[in-house]
Each structure stands twice: as structure tokens, then as C-alpha cells.
Design a protein around this ligand. Structure first.
Ligand code: ADP
Ligand code: MG
Length: 385
């Protein structure tokens, strides 16, 4: 067991890393963050921020020498970096588990190999693969295999010609072609697993996206108990098959009452933010516990929660082209009963960039949802969720 005042290492400095730093500090640990961005949200509050590239081996040596164990908040950390660090100290999740989650082809293959439900898909490494793709896949979504996030690196394509065009536009990189599914809804499951294989699962969450980016999460998901239990057990099976240690998220599509795994994230997840305020243990505290070999915490949710993401466009009420950024009037949100506001301290607001979120807590899901959507509108988010 790694106990305070040990120093923990975090690869990646985004908001997920920042919440990890806060949870670790609360528990008495020190944290070093390695991230190339001098203004990274987690780096700003860490005990030490190594401003370095993930493949800067001199910086990795220093990081390994100063930390007792390392984790990540970012699936695109090169697997080679995790493998290198693992020679010197415990690294969770493992390079092998991260490698599966960071490449959509590896991910789809993993699902098929393990008998886990996934939507219809074709692997696309060349234009020939698109010519050979089954016609029943269209209309479809073409997604780059690596480095896509928040709907980036994706194109919706009506037919084979559009897919070929999009494939060339994306530079001919390896892709997956997914049949466009008609979704009843989307749910996600966040869980933590320790080295001995013990698992604690947070209740499934219902997610609404806008322009490919998570907008609103409703926790727990308004689905029947059978579906919720099946989602939890599928996520658990995935963690087991990956030999996963840490906090893991699994995104699902629900179609005609059936669950299909969309993707996995080898880290805490945006749809688990509410665990900070609504659960006995947060997904970030679980990450600390799993990394340090502590017993996992109780994931029980004590309040209903609706989480709303705050994106950079909120700083530009007249459009990003129409002048400088304006700080939104946060007092509007602080006045809402049961609302918890979290801002990430990001240096620069950009449209589509996740700048913060709020969670509204309560006892009745209809009331909490109404209050969260009213708060969302009152701060100036105009689009329908
Ligand atoms: P990201 O890495 O950007 O989260 P996802 O594959 O999860 O990428 O896609 C983002 C969102 O786009 C999904 O949550 C879903 O709302 C929508 N989407 C993606 N793929 C499909 C699909 N095959 N059918 C229907 N909707 C999809
Ligand atoms: Mg996703």
C-alpha cells in the first residue's frame, strides 16, 4: 500500500487530472503532473508540474525518480511512455490496457474477441476496404482510429462515395466505419478495479450529446433495472478482460432496448463528474485508491444528479469572431439551490473546449432535470440540449 505523504504521478494535465490532484491532496498525498502545456489545469494545482513532452525520456526519468506510482487521465499518452515508466515504478492502468482503448480498431477487435456486443462496423485501412464494406453499414460514421475526441476526427457519411471522400479528407488514416445507429439513448458506466480484481461500479448514467460533445448527464440513468444491471456487468467484464487497475469508463449505445459498447476510456470520465458531489466516493478518489492499493471506496449515490458541461462558447455570447472573451456571470448559478459549480481554471476559452461543469443535486429526477436545464439556459446556453 502506498500511503501519504507519498508523491503520485499524473500523466496529463486536463480537468480529469486536476480532480485527481484535488482528491489525492485531500487524502494527504503529493502529486506531480507531467504535461507539455505550461497552463494545464492539473499542473496549476500540482505540487510540481514537469512541463515536458510524453516522450521526453529525461523528464520521464525525473518523474519516475520523484513518484511512488503513476497513473493517467489521457488515453493518448503513448503506450511506450507507460511501458518505460513501468520499468521503474507501478503504472496503472497498464500500457496494454491503454493501448486497446486508444485505438478504435484495437477496441473493436477486443470487443469481438471477447464476445462483447458492438454495433456493425468495418475496419478501414485503405480505400479498398471502403469499396468492400457491406452496403448495410450506410448511412454511417467514419471515425479515425486514433486521437479522436469530442466528436473530432469523425464524419457522418450517407453512402460509399461520401465515405471515400471523407477518408481522403482525413488523410487516408486508419479508420473504422460504423453503421449509424438509431439510439434510444446513451448510457455510460464508470467503475474502479483494484489489483486483486475487486470492482466497484457507479450506477449507470444517461448522456445527451450536442455536436458530438457531452452536454447533459442524468444520474442514475432513467432505464429499467435490468438494462442498468446488464450495462454494469458488461463494463465489469471489460475491466476484467483488460486486467484493468484504476478508474475505467464504458460508453454504451442503447438501440431497441439492446446495449452496444460504443467505446472505453482508460481514465475517469466526463459522465462521472457528478460522483464528486453525489456519491460517497468520487471516481477520482477511486483512482487514487486503486493506484495506491487502498481498499476501494463505497460508490453509492446519495443524491440524484444532473450534470451540465460548460463549453468555451459561453465566453462569447455574440460569437467567437465577435471580439474578446467575457467571463460568464457565475452568480446566476451560485443562486440555484443544490447546484455545485466546478471551473477548471483553463487559460483560454475556445468554442467546444470544456471549461467547467455544474451538477444539480436533489431527490426527484424530474425536478432536478428541470432545475439544471433552467440553470443551463440562465447562464446563456441557447441551443436545445
Ligand atoms: P468521442 O471519442 O468523440 O466521444 P464517440 O464515438 O463516442 O466519439 O462519438 C461521439 C458521439 O457521437 C456519441 O456519443 C454519439 O452521440 C454519436 N455517435 C457516434 N457514433 C455513432 C453511431 N455509430 N451511431 C449513432 N451515433 C453515434
Ligand atoms: Mg465518446
Amino acid at each position: 500500500m502506498i500511503l501519504p505523504p507519498a508523491t503520485l504521478g499524473m500523466l496529463g494535465g486536463g480537468q480529469l487530472g486536476r480532480f485527481f490532484v484535488a482528491a489525492a491532496h485531500e487524502m494527504g498525498y503529493k502529486v506531480w503532473v507531467l504535461d507539455p502545456d505550461a497552463h494545464s489545469p492539473a499542473g496549476l494545482i500540482a505540487d510540481r508540474h514537469l512541463v515536458a513532452a510524453y516522450d521526453d525520456f529525461a523528464a520521464l526519468d525525473e518523474f519516475a525518480a520523484g513518484c511512488a506510482a503513476v497513473t493517467t487521465e489521457f488515453e493518448n499518452v503513448p503506450a511506450g511512455t507507460l511501458d518505460y515508466l513501468a520499468k521503474f515504478l507501478p503504472v496503472h492502468p497498464s500500457a496494454a490496457a491503454v493501448a486497446v482503448c486508444q485505438n478504435r480498431i484495437a477496441e473493436k477487435t477486443f470487443l469481438a474477441d471477447n464476445g462483447l456486443p458492438r454495433g456493425p462496423v468495418a475496419i478501414v485501412r485503405s480505400a479498398d476496404d471502403l469499396h468492400d464494406a457491406d452496403a448495410s453499414l450506410f448511412p454511417a460514421v467514419l471515425k479515425v482510429a486514433r486521437f479522436g475526441y469530442d466528436g473530432k476526427g469523425q464524419a457522418r457519411v450517407a453512402d460509399r462515395d461520401e465515405a471515400l471522400h471523407a477518408f481522403h479528407q482525413m488523410g487516408g488514416e486508419a479508420c473504422v466505419l460504423e453503421k449509424m445507429l438509431r439510439l434510444d439513448c446513451e448510457v455510460s458506466v464508470v467503475l474502479a478495479r483494484d489489483e486483486a480484481g475487486a470492482v466497484r461500479v457507479f450506477p449507470p448514467v444517461e448522456n445527451r450529446h450536442r455536436h458530438g460533445i457531452l452536454d447533459v448527464s442524468i444520474a442514475p440513468a432513467r432505464v429499467d433495472a435490468g438494462l442498468a444491471a446488464r450495462a454494469a456487468s458488461l463494463a465489469e467484464r471489460i475491466a476484467e478482460r483488460l486486467g484493468y487497475v484504476g478508474t475505467l469508463a464504458v460508453e454504451f449505445f442503447v438501440c431497441d432496448g439492446e446495449l452496444y459498447v460504443n467505446e472505453m476510456a482508460p481514465r475517469p470520465h466526463n459522465s462521472g463528474h457528478h460522483t464528486l458531489d453525489a456519491c460517497l466516493t468520487s471516481q477520482y478518489e477511486q483512482q487514487v485508491r486503486a493506484l495506491c492499493g487502498l481498499p476501494l471506496g463505497e460508490p453509492r449515490q446519495h443524491s440524484l444528479a444532473v450534470m451540465v458541461n460548460l463549453l468555451g462558447e459561453l465566453w462569447y455570447p455574440n460569437g467567437a469572431a465577435a471580439g474578446p472573451a467575457h467571463e460568464p456571470d457565475w452568480s446566476v448559478l451560485h443562486a440555484v439551490p443544490g447546484l455545485k459549480l466546478h471551473l477548471y481554471g483553463k487559460h483560454h476559452a475556445r468554442p467546444g473546449r470544456k471549461m467547467g461543469h455544474f451538477t444539480v443535486l436533489g431527490r426527484d429526477v424530474a425536478e432536478v432535470l428541470e432545475s439544471a436545464l433552467a440553470a443551463r439556459a440562465s447562464i446563456g446556453i441557447r441551443d436545445e440540449p
